[in-house]
Ligand binder design. Structure first.
Ligand code: MG
Length: 241
């Protein structure tokens, strides 16, 4: 099963690498969605989000103050913005789930730091994803790393188990207490996905009923990997090759 998930993970990783070449000022988010869909299908996989809960697109594209679940459309990316892209794929019934937040052209120091800290928080969480630890160890590592640097953690949305369904138990919050929550065991597969805000943790849903944005209008970043627990710690499945 993990071998199949590695294929799904490789495809979503390659999708984001491909999109990186197109993320430039002037591109419409719908164009990115079409590129991603075409690529995933060319690899013999199925876009993992399209049709899920009625979501109409291949990618969730969330710009600036948008946290997650942004709908691709006619929005044009501008120099200095950040854009979060979340992508799923299905290979032989198994899911891969992966997200990165990209700079559009040159971004300022404040945005750069937000991206760095969010990505670092993800890696700190993954370091705790080892057999015998608990989910709270992952959650706590993410929370500590981001809050210690003055950022806030979105608490209303969480990471999750993953396999033949996109969202499986357990939930993996990006905040929590060390030593609490379900025990982590070899063979489990998780999608860990910190959503970190520059301002307050509060979020709102936009009138399209999909896009989640920050309540204070300040930027937010999102990074996500699908991992599996091995004897030797976590292995990232959403990677190349
Ligand atoms: Mg996810």
């Amino acid at each position: 099963e993990v071998d199949i998930m590695k294929k799904a993970g490789r495809i979503v990783c390659d999708t984001l690498c491909l999109l990186e070449e197109y993320i430039k000022p002037g591109i419409e988010t719908i164009e990115l969605d079409l590129i991603a869909e075409k690529y995933i299908v060319s690899q013999g996989a199925i876009p993992g989000f399209k049709g899920m809960y009625g979501f109409p697109a291949t990618l969730c594209i969330s710009v600036e103050d948008e946290v997650v679940h942004g709908l691709p459309g006619n929005r044009v990316l501008k120099e200095g913005e950040i854009v979060g892209i979340d992508v799923g794929s299905i290979v032989d019934g198994y899911y891969g789930d992966h997200a990165r937040t990209f700079p559009v052209g040159e971004i300022d120091e404040e945005h750069k730091q937000l991206l760095n800290v969010t990505q670092e928080s993800l890696m700190k969480g993954i370091e705790q994803a080892v057999d015998g630890n608990r989910i709270g160890d992952i959650s706590n590592a993410i929370q500590l790393h981001s809050e210690n640097q003055g950022y806030s953690v979105v608490t209303e949305l969480v990471g999750h188990g993953i396999g033949t369904n996109l969202h499986e138990d357990p939930q993996i919050p990006n905040f929590g207490v060390k030593g609490e929550g379900p025990k982590i065991k070899e063979g489990m597969c998780f999608a860990i996905e910190p959503m970190i805000n520059l301002g307050t943790p509060d979020i709102l849903t936009k009138s399209d009923n999909w896009t989640i944005c920050t309540a204070d209008g300040k930027p937010s970043a999102h990074f996500e990997h699908t991992i599996t627990i091995t004897k030797n710690g976590a292995e990232i499945l959403t990677k190349n090759g």
